[in-house]
Design a protein around this ligand. Structure first.
Ligand code: BGC
Length: 745
């Protein structure tokens, strides 16, 4: 059993458990019995979710009259219980409410943003973090979170890449499933669990130009092979709810998309949970130009299969009329309301509707904080370490200059989606450094915040650098520069941070740049100027202690990139599992090397940018360590695999350095010829392995032929016989391939 989850399940067992465990059939029969007694108005009430403001008479009457199924944005246990009492004791049908909130990477104890957690490649970290979030949030009455976001993000301009697990379908699937398991625990009726919500279905990460809410065009094979698997994995892990996305996809917004919600989700995947709209996404069918008006939107969404209208006021205002006019069948309303009621049974709310005040507002347990610190440590990626400047032996340095706008950013180190943050609990790197190095620290931020362009503090920062043996430069993005509706076209460090770094360089001291950001940034010249670069994403509450452990070598960095880092902003979207093209770049002609009046074809006519080449700054999967690893050539159990068979692939991994460390060993394949062109590499498995100095471990991966399947021209999965390459490597670019064949039986 995963340790972190075990801690919280154990505490749940100690709670008074009154929820009956019902089989699906029993739940269905309870749901049907309720539906048979409910009025149409009450059924529509169940389909309505409102943002909570206050428990005034209007709100209480709404509950009493059975006109609401759920509130979001309520997080006060007394108020939850007050509303719940109104629902359970004073409404006709006595149906409990379910309270929801965006608890995305922690409630009060904030974990690294999901993109940071993804860099850990460690399902236990993600699962444990979600269990902590569920434990804390449920102690305020929240039993439903709008997480995990499992949208694939290939474009760092999109601010919401912060919320997901990066660009790869397999990594996102595994971590998304782990997050679902962490929130929901082993039994969703336990009061310290939350229903998960796999979002945003579907293809939201592919918004054109990385601009939020924008259109997506995704051919079905791309949807099926790249974008769908992570939603499916979350659902297979038991996610109780799914949220539709804002974008229109191939011309049809998901909130009115029968193909997505009915044909794929319900029929093909057999999903029997609940579907919630995104905030107002049903009424957005109107500005999308897909519905005439809000009534039309309500009709389209209900027919498509959206069970709950989040703060859109389309169902509550128009569905009754639409049913009466025969535009929507009442049977459809029964199905939607049935899905909402089923969720409430699954959560045990009919038996156990109230927050137990003896465990209300439980935050910051020492073991939660420890797990959050470990998450920071495992999420940090060492991008560069020239001259082994890291780790720093604190006993050997006399003075350390701590510079940069992110050194002491109690709010901003937490990143996006932290509605419930109490920033006084965030431990910053400056605080933690002072704890270990006291008077040795000279703090001179140079810039007040990440976008700051004023150079007034530069001279003092340079003075601090001159007086010190080493500079820790804390750069990055404020929290507000990533997340929903916070997209950027310029992915370089904002404000005058690059100028400040250039200024610090004048001191001639080693510079360690620590980056806290909500997305992959373009570091270019900055990374050249720094001797070492430790990339964190936004780390949350325990950023400080985690960073200090990494800088001092108490912990060895083991994060690997969940997204490709571009060389320039214009290189986006960029991702490792791209196609080869008919003209892959063999050599690059750089813009400054082109002769005057050179001929049109003189630059080679290949697939690259004159000013950015084709290779990324750092590939997907990349990450260094304070030690070194050697991976043996992969050993295949057979070089031929039947189309319905499998092979095993083994390799030896040795820690060739003198420090304990963890490496992420990645197995990639390439299908050399296909009836549809195939990506140059596809991740098929990975393992995070911990090794003592000199130690060797043998890893064995099972590679079933089914994992090599792709969506054929008939939109059906197919495994094609033919030649394949296989790599076992530490990132998506390195390693030497071995060959194998898939053969007909
Ligand atoms: C976001 C969702 C979120 C919802 C509720 C929307 O704007 O797209 O991800 O869960 O708001 O806050």
């Amino acid at each position: 059993m995963r340790k972190a989850v075990a801690i919280f399940l154990a505490s749940a067992a100690a709670l008074e458990m009154t929820a009956a465990v019902r089989t699906s059939a029993e739940i269905d029969s309870c749901v049907n019995s309720l539906l048979s007694q409910m009025t149409l108005e009450e059924k529509i009430g169940q389909l309505s979710q409102y943002s909570y403001y206050k428990a005034d008479e209007g709100t209480l009457a709404q509950v009493r009259n059975g006109l609401v199924g759920s509130y979001l944005n309520i997080f006060n246990p007394e108020e939850c219980n007050r509303l719940q009492r109104e629902a359970v004791e004073n409404s006709r049908m006595k149906i409990p409410l379910v309270f929801a909130r965006d608890v995305i990477h922690g409630f009060r104890t904030i974990f690294p943003i999901p993109l940071g957690q993804a860099a850990s490649w460690n399902e236990d970290i993600v699962r444990g973090g979600a269990a902590v979030a569920a434990d804390e949030a449920s102690s305020t009455g929240i039993r439903w979170t709008f997480s995990p976001m499992v949208d694939i993000a290939r474009d760092a301009r999109w601010g919401r890449c912060a919320e997901g697990f990066g660009e790869d379908p397999l990594l996102t699937s595994r971590l998304g499933a782990a997050m679902v398991e962490g929130y929901q625990g082993e039994d969703l009726t336990n009061p310290n669990t939350m229903a998960a919500c796999v979002k945003h279905f579907a293809g939201y990460g592919a918004v054109e130009g990385g601009r939020d809410y924008n259109t997506t065009w995704l051919p079905e094979p791309l949807l099926r092979d790249i974008y769908f698997p992570s939603y499916k994995a979350g659902i297979d892990a038991g996610a109780a709810t799914v949220m539709c996305s804002f974008n229109d996809i191939n011309g049809v917004p998901p909130s009115g998309n029968e193909w997505l919600m009915n044909d794929i989700l319900r029929k093909e995947w057999g999903y029997d949970g609940m579907v919630v709209s995104d905030w107002g996404s049903i009424n957005e069918l109107v500005p999308h130009g897909f519905a005439e008006d809000r009534k039309d939107a309500a009709v389209l969404a209900s027919i498509a299969g959206v069970d709950m209208d989040m703060e859109g006021h389309c169902y509550d205002n128009h569905l009754l009329e639409a049913v009466k006019e025969g535009k929507v069948d009442e049977k459809r309303i029964d199905e939607l309301a049935g899905n909402v009621l089923r969720l409430k049974y699954r959560l045990g709310l009919f038996d156990n509707p109230y927050v137990d005040m003896s465990r209300a507002n439980r935050f910051y347990a020492p073991e939660s904080l420890e797990l959050a610190r470990r998450a920071v440590e495992e999420s940090a990626i060492l991008l560069k370490n020239e001259g082994a400047v890291l780790p720093v032996d604190m006993s050997k340095v006399k003075k350390i200059a701590v510079v940069g706008p992110m050194a002491d950013a109690q709010h901003d180190q937490n990143g996006t989606w932290v509605f419930d943050l109490e920033k006084s609990h965030s431990v910053t790197p400056l605080t933690s450094l002072k704890e270990v190095a006291g008077d040795k620290i000279i703090f001179s931020p140079g810039l007040a915040y990440s976008r700051d362009k004023k150079r007034a503090g530069f001279a003092d920062a340079l003075k601090a650098a001159r007086k010190s043996d080493i500079v820790f430069y804390f750069a990055g993005e404020e929290a507000v520069l990533s997340g929903e509706a916070h997209c950027r076209t310029d992915l370089t460090l904002p404000g005058a941070q690059s100028e400040l770094l250039a200024e610090l360089k004048k001191a001639g001291k080693p510079i360690v740049m620590i980056v806290q950001a909500g997305r992959p940034l373009v570091l270019g010249k900055d990374a050249e100027l720094a001797d070492a670069v430790l990339y964190l994403f936004h780390g949350g509450t325990m950023t400080g202690p985690g960073v200090v452990n990494l800088l001092t070598g108490a912990v060895n960095p083991s994060g690997h990139l969940p997204m490709t880092f571009p060389v320039t902003s214009g290189q986006t979207p960029i991702y490792y599992n791209q196609k080869n093209t008919g003209r892959p770049a063999q050599s690059i002609t750089w813009i400054d090397d082109i002769e005057l009046e050179a001929g049109q074809t003189s630059t080679g006519c290949q697939s690259f940018y004159l000013d950015a080449g084709v290779a990324p700054a750092y590939p997907f999967g990349y990450g260094l360590s304070y030690t070194t690893f050697k991976i043996s050539e992969p050993r295949l159990s057979a070089t031929e695999m039947p189309v319905d068979g499998q092979i095993t692939v083994s390799c030896d991994v040795t820690n060739t350095g003198d420090r304990e460390g963890k490496d992420v060993i990645q197995l990639y394949i390439r299908d050399l010829v296909g009836s549809m062109t195939r990506p140059v590499r596809e991740l098929k498995d990975y393992a995070k392995v911990s090794l003592a100095p000199g130690e060797t471990k043998t890893l064995t991966f099972t590679l079933p032929a089914s994992s090599l399947s792709f969506t054929g021209r008939d939109m059906k999965p197919i495994v094609e016989p033919g030649d394949f390459q296989l790599w076992i490597s530490e990132d998506a670019q390195s390693g030497t391939p071995v060959s194998f064949k898939v053969v007909n039986k």
